[in-house]
Design a protein around this ligand. Structure first.
Ligand code: HSE
Length: 444
């Protein structure tokens, strides 16, 4: 049988990986897919660079629309990124009856509902394993492997750049800005790292996983997003002394009132496997009612790890494209006609309604009665304290210091209640600096 014909839009780092892995493993991939998979056409603004990667046997053009217009192409891979031209091209490819493979998490987290609806109406597939956690097959696991479960929550380290920075901050005791500069110099962080360090990239991925886990539409605009730019080496050190590591987690959880969807730095007990995921690696823990906790670990970015996910999607489409569209695996795991109903039943909760535990650090005057006032405010708000650590003043502010750090771990409380208590504590004249608050997740 003639190999399935693929058109590739954008042949940068990931696109080159796709081409190379498809070439290298073509025989095994053909035996798995039941048919060859061939990149027949590539579009890239840098035609010369593209030609260097693919050689002479593949048609190279600068106009992505020429790929979409080619009736021979069965599958279009979109590796351009962003919401602009990539969205237009994906929708045009769907309208032209092509199946689409994309690694574009931003596009799907924001416009996924429109894109999946267009694909369903046209009877084509949009596959996106590479959009979340790079080479880790987490979409497949959530959508198919765990399909028996009522998923309760998932939590992931789903941004390698920030995990690398946090690992370096912990290892070397350095502050965020210093490590970021070094990460940029080494090429681990982008020149404009905003999406990574502000938690936006992780929130895109958490949004997609949340939709698949709970059968709700993608709702990036409802996600709570907080990055790592305000974290200090001091808090990483104190957390460690209390038996925790600080990780940027993407969390989504089913609770009585709805769905939590949030990205923020979190204290995680050092003994959890996920707390020991270091450097640029990714990991996701999924808690299902039948299976319990499962953990997925691997490279969340890079040329061939991401290509591994893209090609898995190509194989899936090759196997399934002749199947009646109604009998294929739904894009978001749940049959689309049930999504509206699920959305009304399960709202994404505002952050003030989220219930979690907290790490608080207060720079206070080292005087009698300070601790009593602080704990009095927490008690008044009904917030239960789990542990308190007070540093020696000399250790914090040097010899003869009259200031010290008070670190408090709380039990679970509603975020809105904690906001009120922090505002009250901040008013105390003996609280000398802005209070640090980091959420704490036991993940058990
Ligand atoms: N920039 C991402 C990361 C990889 O650092 O993990 C692509 O989503």
């Amino acid at each position: 049988m003639k190999p399935i014909q693929v058109g590739l839009l954008g042949i940068g780092t990931v696109g080159s990986g796709v081409f190379n892995v498809l070439q290298r493993n073509q025989e095994e991939i053909r035996r798995r897919a039941g048919r060859g998979i061939e990149i027949a056409m590539v579009a890239d603004l840098d035609v010369e660079r593209a030609r260097k990667v693919v050689g002479e046997g593949v048609q190279v053009v600068s106009d992505a629309r020429a790929v979409i217009a080619n009736p021979e192409i069965d599958i279009v891979i979109e590796l351009i990124g962003g919401y602009g031209i990539a969205k237009a091209l994906v929708l045009e490819a769907i309208a032209a009856g092509k199946h689409v493979v994309t690694a574009n998490k931003a596009l799907l987290a924001v416009h996924g509902t429109e894109i999946f609806a267009a694909a369903s109406a046209k009877g084509v597939m949009v596959a996106f394993e590479a959009a979340v956690a790079g080479g880790i097959p987490i979409i497949k696991a959530l959508r198919e492997g765990l399909t028996a479960n009522r998923i309760q929550w998932l939590a992931g380290i789903i941004n390698g750049t920030t995990n690398f920075i946090l690992s370096e901050m912990r290892d070397k005791g350095l502050d965020f800005a210093v490590v970021l500069k070094e990460a940029q110099r080494l090429g681990y962080a982008e020149t404009d790292p905003t999406f990574d360090i502000e938690g936006v990239d992780a929130a895109h991925k958490a949004t997609i996983m949340s939709a698949i886990a709970f059968g709700i539409p993608v709702q990036f605009d409802k996600a709570y997003v907080e990055g790592i730019t305000q974290l200090s080496a001091t808090d990483i050190k104190y957390a460690e002394q209390l038996g925790y590591r600080i990780k940027l987690l993407g969390i989504t959880k089913r609770v009585d009132k709805g769905i939590e969807l949030r990205v923020h730095p979190s204290l995680v007990p050092s003994k959890r496997l996920i707390a020991n995921v270091e450097g640029a690696m990714n990991a996701v823990v999924v808690q299902g009612d039948a299976v319990g906790a499962t953990l997925y670990y691997g490279k969340g970015a890079g040329s061939e790890p991401t290509a591994s996910a893209v090609i898995a999607d190509l194989v899936d489409i090759t196997r399934l494209h002749t199947v009646d569209p109604l009998n294929r695996v739904p894009h978001l795991a749940f049959q689309p006609h049930t999504l509206d109903q699920a959305m009304s039943e399960l709202p994404v909760l505002p952050m003030s309604e989220v219930v979690t535990s907290y790490y608080l650090r207060l720079r206070v005057a080292d005087q009698a009665g300070v601790l009593a006032k602080v704990t009095g405010i927490l008690a008044g708000a009904g917030i239960s304290i789990d542990a308190v650590l007070q540093r020696e003043a000399d250790e914090v502010g040097g010899e003869g210091s009259t200031q010290t750090d008070l670190i408090i771990l709380t039990h679970d409380t509603r975020e809105g209640t904690m906001n009120d208590a922090i505002a009250q504590m901040q008013q105390l004249p003996t609280v000398l600096a802005s209070i640090t608050r980091i959420r704490k997740e036991e993940l058990n």
